[in-house]
Ligand binder design. Structure first.
Ligand SMILES: [Zn+2]
Length: 177
């Protein structure tokens, strides 16, 4: 039986409209994604929301009906049961490096280092860096404006001190102020 639209929407909203394995959003992908059964139906997985993962079509295709059936079979990372950082780390070149056997297997099975995904991560990193620089630049501008204002005030104070000094000097020299 197909999943109800309500369940699909629940899984979609819960996943912030982004593929939970790879992090690509609907906006990035240009359309809605699929709902994957973490434990496939073919392996007796049910429709309980806990077994459902919002998933882009590519990750879903690569994952397919994988389910470990023997003790030596590696398990896939479950995006909501454990944080990604436990199994993989994002490197500067945009690739994911495994930290555990689960991480290693998930990267391999879902091709999480496929070139378009790596390019996507690098673009996100560049955007984040550009954002950070822009915020820093704005902060500097505000600071400069404050300094300018302070400087103007000091100059004004300095000018009035000079006027005062001139008056005193004229008084001292017996001139009319
Ligand atoms: Zn994906």
């Amino acid at each position: 039986m197909a999943l109800s639209p309500e369940v699909r929407e629940h899984v979609r909203a819960r996943g912030d409209c982004a593929g939970e394995f790879c992090g690509v959003t609907e906006t990035d992908a240009g359309g809605p994604m699929t709902v994957d059964h973490y434990r496939p139906r073919a392996a007796d997985g049910d429709d309980d929301p806990d077994n459902l993962v919002y998933c882009c079509t590519h990750c879903n295709q690569y994952k397919a009906d994988y389910w470990p059936t023997k003790p030596e079979n590696p398990s896939l990372w479950h995006p909501r049961r454990e944080p990604a950082e436990r199994h993989v780390v994002l490197t500067e070149d945009g690739t994911l490096r495994p930290l555990t056997a689960t991480g290693e297997f998930t990267i391999r099975r879902l091709r999480l280092n496929r070139p378009p995904l790596v390019a996507h991560r690098l673009r996100k990193q560049r955007e984040a860096e550009a954002d950070r620089l822009l915020r820093k630049y704005r902060g500097t501008l505000v600071l400069l404006a404050d300094m300018q204002q302070e400087h103007t005030g000091l100059m004004e104070e300095h000018r009035s001190l000079l006027r005062e000094q001139r008056r005193l000097l004229k008084l001292f020299l017996g001139e009319e102020p």
